[in-house]
Design a protein around this ligand. Structure first.
Ligand code: SAH
Length: 397
């Protein structure tokens, strides 16, 4: 018999709206002895069947829903979810000329805890939940049914796995070991991805749309690309005809790849048109300000500052600080392209922080455009948490 969980009275509301999480405090009874990640039936307090979910005894999110239909959670289930995800992305893949994209965006694609990025014929999986781990082999089989030629690699080396009671895990799940460089293309830009050693699954696919939109601000401009990683925005700036691009990051391997990427695209980086600077952005911005060095465009795409609610206040100060400094080093009429990938910080709060930064920088700042995560990182209507990346183009006077 399938183990089951029963919800506290009134705690079925979010599930009826198809939100996929069941919190520990919402559960009144567990029937049977579900293993870590095993599939359980979810019932309302009145005994009505609601969903099939993965049980996670160590997490506050005690169960994550696989399906609101009475289906088996087997290979056919995963094949259907993967085919659906691929189907909704086909238009985007074609339009943007993608050979690298997010195939599965976890909860937003009906597969809680499962992120899969596709770089050429390498599928890179990040499995964050107990249910994802429990079904790993079935998932691999399902992926191979949809993509028979694929190599599958796991990059579950993330600390949040601890909350689910899982150790970190990396390695080949099927086929070949990824080479040091897999070259993908987006919007006509070539990017080398290090699947094994890069950040996350190797690349920040989520900023693709913003990178494209940034191009219209850079022609003949002096651009500072803060937190550049492997070039990202900087490559688009070179393509968009920037006069000069300084890419700044603390990771030397990322900067080496950024330079390699510029060469791969045959962008002219001679005479310091492309600079790859190993520097702490917080310090670098202060140095530029104190020296009076100015730019026409500053791109500000920092890592996630807030991992938990407890960190949100500190994160706000961090965002305000770097954005204030960016404003101070912009020429009048310059453009600040600024982003936050902290899901806990919503768009309204981020807008307020930019407003506070403008006060502290003593500059007049106008929002002229808004950005979101790329279209292969969708947000399911039932799962607003899937919207995490936001950005603004600001004119600074
Ligand atoms: N804009 C990039 C993604 C940025 S990810 C793109 O489009 O691909 C964030 C980057 O910030 C990482 O490369 C990380 O190495 C870098 N980083 C983190 N803290 C930093 C700091 N204090 N100074 C400079 N770079 C930093």
């Amino acid at each position: 018999m399938t183990p089951a969980i029963y919800l506290v009275k009134g705690r079925d509301k979010s599930l009826r709206r198809r939100h996929p999480w069941v919190f520990s405090r919402g559960i009144s009874k567990v029937e049977g002895e579900p293993e870590l990640g095993q599939t359980v039936d979810v019932f309302a307090d009145n005994g009505q069947w609601l969903a099939k979910a993965a049980y996670s005894p160590n997490s506050q999110i005690r169960a994550r829903v696989w399906s609101f239909e009475k289906t088996n959670i087997d290979k056919a289930f995963f094949v259907k979810r993967i085919r659906d995800a691929q189907l909704m992305r086909e238009e985007i893949i074609e339009r943007d000329g993608l050979t690298g994209y997010r195939l599965i965006a976890a909860e937003s694609d009906g597969l809680p805890g499962i992120t899969i990025d596709k770089y050429q014929n390498f599928l890179v999986c990040q499995l964050l939940s107990a249910g994802a781990e429990f079904n790993k082999q079935t998932l691999v089989e399902a992926l191979l049914e949809v993509f028979p030629e694929a190599n599958i690699y796991e990059r579950s080396d993330v600390a949040v796995r601890k909350k689910e009671g899982l150790p970190e895990s990396t390695g080949v799940l099927h086929g070949e070991m990824p080479p040091k460089s897999v070259v993908i293309e987006e919007n006509g830009v070539k990017i080398s991805v290090d699947i094994v050693g890069g950040h996350k699954t190797g690349f920040y696919l989520d900023q693709r749309d913003s990178r494209l939109q940034s191009m219209k601000y850079v022609k003949n401009k002096d651009v500072l690309n803060c937190f550049s990683y492997t070039g990202g925005f900087g490559l688009y700036a070179l393509k968009g005809g920037a006069k000069r691009v300084i890419n700044a990051d603390v990771s030397q391997p990322a900067l080496d790849t950024a330079k390699f990427n510029a060469e791969l695209n045959e962008f002219d980086i001679s005479k310091k048109r492309g600079v790859f600077l190993n520097a702490d952005v917080f310090k670098l911005l202060r140095e530029y300000r104190d020296q009076g060095t100015k730019f026409d465009v500053v791109i500000m795409d920092p890592p996630k500052f807030a991992e938990s609610k407890a960190q949100l206040n500190g994160a706000c100060r961090g965002y305000k600080d770097i954005n204030m400094l960016a404003m101070q080093i912009l020429n009048p009429g310059g453009t600040l392209l600024t982003y936050s990938c902290s899901g806990l910080m919503d768009q309204v709060l981020f807008q307020k922080i930019i407003a506070d930064a403008a006060v502290d920088a003593n500059r007049q700042v106008k929002f002229v455009e808004r950005f979101e995560q790329a279209a292969d990182h969708p947000t399911d209507t039932a799962y607003p948490e899937g919207f995490y990346l936001k950005g603004f183009a600001c004119k600074v006077l």
